[in-house]
Design a protein around this ligand. Sequence first.
Ligand code: NAG
Ligand code: NAG
Ligand code: NAG
Length: 458
Amino acid sequence: MPIIGPYIVGGDKEAQSMMREFLIYNRNRSDKEKCDACIVQYLILAVMLLVIVFLFSVFQFWAYVFGIANPILPAYFPLDAVPSRLPYSSKSSQAAECQQRVVGYYTEFESIDITCSQLNHVTHAVFANVEMNSDGNLRFKTRKAKERFMSLRRKSRQVESKPELMISIGGEENSQYFASFTNESYKRRIFVNSIYLFIKYYGIDGVDFYWKRAKESDKINYLLLLKEVREKLETMGTFTISVTIPAAGIENWEASYDLNQMLEYVDFINVFSMDYYGPWENQYGTPAGPTAPLYYGVGARKNFNVDSTMNYYVCNTQKPEKFNIVIPFFARLWKNVGDVVEVGKEAYRNVELKNDKAEGKPYMSRWTVQHDQWDLSNSTWDEPSKTSYIYDKEKEVYMSFETQQSIKAKMDYVKEKNLGGVWIWSLEMDDNENSLLNVVSSNKHCFSKRNESIAYKC
Ligand SMILES: *[C@@H]1O[C@H](CO)[C@@H](O)[C@H](O)[C@H]1NC(C)=O
Ligand SMILES: *[C@@H]1O[C@H](CO)[C@@H](O)[C@H](O)[C@H]1NC(C)=O
Ligand SMILES: *[C@@H]1O[C@H](CO)[C@@H](O)[C@H](O)[C@H]1NC(C)=O
């Protein structure tokens, strides 16, 4: 019988000719029969692939729903540079000694990098914001955002003051998915797990929520979210949870929050006690006035000040030590500014709207102020609101900003009212010398035990 392969060597003519025939036969066969075989093979392969993809996605989904830390994809945030684990800091030693909070926000979008000397002044450093997606997962908005976060993260662990490092979720531009990701329990679980994984993965100390424009119908769902985040994080250790809530007495925004219940789950609350006046792109762009007046208001805006807002929140909770008021580090500019709104109230002035919009710049960092060649050194003090401003009659411009005097007034207010502290929007908007942050620090009132009595007439 013929021998195939390397065994056919010379001699056996018969075998050689059989082999040739076999090879020719095989070549002719291949075109049709082989191809029938391979279509079937491809089909089988495709079905197997589909099954694998299906099983994988089912696994992914339930892993999230049941909060199993997913071993295949640790998280839905960028994995290009896997960070080394950081030790969880114990509660900030500075906060513990001083009992007064200085919560410094740091944005993902500004250009100036955070410095260690800035971090040394704060008890909490909050990165704003980590983006929430339509699928309930967290991720950095841009590559730059991630780099800024990583820089903050690294430096926050280098400084002596040991600030707690937190992220903030929500805000003006990213609150649109809160409602749909809190109204059903399996979706809440997806969102909560995403937060848990982020905190665990980056080794940070906590999370802040700023669900802007929450509705009254969201009240219960917001509470459930906070409760479930608290429970989930407790499985891992002690973490800080805060919320940021709007000013009270303006458009009844406060009705969307059950504060007393919230305080069961959060460590503290940042009150957005600013933006009472701003060069907005609507009819509310006028009048020009202080960004964060401590007291006072004109016309229908009698309650548009820090004190009215805090009076409401403290009286409703009886827990002043849980609240921080804001110190805006930005300057705010209006153009086309004219007469006073009320005789003798120089700090409140009518603005001529163009196409129903005010013109100006609502958030100018100190770098922008310098770059646009504004000199803030000659400001005017408004005693009723305890704020500083510049009004230039010839150029018809008005600028509201914090000074040494206005920051001191706010720090004294925190002490007088036994509030928990302040939060800063935002650290990198200060000048290179940290002029504003230094005033915050040097007017901090340290004590070993909080005074919890109510200093408001309720
Ligand atoms: C939850 O919210 C989404 C989006 O707002 C809505 O489509 C859905 O019907 C809501 N589910 C429940 C149970 O209310
Ligand atoms: C400072 O401001 C006041 C009031 O706006 C003005 O009269 C004065 O000329 C200014 N001084 C300087 C040095 O610019
Ligand atoms: C606590 O605060 C209240 C109200 O401001 C004040 O009257 C009281 O003297 C304070 N107590 C201490 C020990 O500072």
